[in-house]
Design a protein around this ligand. Structure first.
Ligand SMILES: Cc1cc2nc3c(=O)[nH]c(=O)nc-3n(C[C@H](O)[C@H](O)[C@H](O)COP(=O)(O)O)c2cc1C
Length: 227
């Protein structure tokens, strides 16, 4: 019986508990798999069935969100004309970024990644998924509905999306041309939505390489408080 009888509850039917040994095995397998994920910047144009993208997005839609308001919207772009428009707009912003807007410090941090203002993958990859964060909701009568923690919630949904696509054997690039307002215009999204990031999705190009960078060791980013 719920402590709040005004709202219905249902049994936690889908929860699964595993014996600890199985827990370890499952987690080790999961960790080994996600540790292989890399951001790819060279994509093949090989097609990916649309239902694969849909299921990964359905997984993203299971993310927890502030007050369950699910403050996200995903636009899946596969058409060459729209991809071309996005590439042109993104490259214009990136030219500004690399030549004027970025601080010397930011450019130095990007240097090991070898990124520049050329974004051919925005046309070659089979899918671009534009992720929008809904700053507020819009009720049918035009009133605004406050959203709680929209950035945290959209970030969590996007993390699940990236993980799901990796799990399916696809590569992604988390791309953030800055500013990204052009995405609202090209994709006809309302002012209530802020472009969050642009996820490039597909198979890596044959012979694709990635920067030789490392990840922090667990003890460098985790602390335990036992007492
Ligand atoms: C919020 C965010 C924005 C990013 N923006 C870009 C980007 O605009 N261009 C790019 O090439 N990579 C971008 N990346 C990818 C990072 O450079 C990459 O995740 C990082 O170098 C670690 O490499 P890995 O993903 O292969 O582990 C972004 C990643 C995140 C999380």
């Amino acid at each position: 019986m719920s402590s709040n009888d005004r709202y219905p509850t249902i049994p936690l039917g889908q929860y699964r508990e595993y014996p600890v040994a199985e827990m370890r095995e499952r987690l080790q397998a999961f960790y080994t798999d996600v540790a292989r994920r890399r951001t790819v910047r060279e994509f093949s144009s090989r097609p990916v069935p649309r239902d694969i993208i849909e299921t990964a997005l359905a997984a993203a839609g299971t993310a927890p969100s502030g007050a369950n308001l699910q403050p996200w919207h995903f636009v899946v772009v596969s058409g060459p004309e729209t991809k071309k428009r996005i590439r042109e707009a993104a490259e214009a912003e990136e030219r500004e970024f690399y030549s004027h807007r970025a601080s010397a410090e930011w450019l130095a941090a990007l240097e090991p990644l070898g990124t520049d203002d050329q974004k051919p993958f925005l046309e070659s990859a089979p899918y671009l998924v534009a992720v929008f964060m809904q700053k507020y909701g819009e009720l049918p009568d035009g009133r605004r509905m406050k959203h709680y923690y929209p950035a945290e919630s959209t970030g969590l949904a996007t993390g699940i999306l990236i993980t799901a696509l990796h799990h399916a054997g696809l590569a992604t690039l988390t791309h953030t041309p800055s500013p990204m307002k052009f995405l609202n215009e090209i994709l006809a999204r309302p002012k209530s939505e802020r472009p969050f990031l642009l996820l490039v999705v597909g198979y890596p190009a044959a012979g694709a390489t990635v920067p030789d960078i490392s990840r922090k060791a667990l003890e460098d980013f985790v602390s335990f408080v036992d007492p």
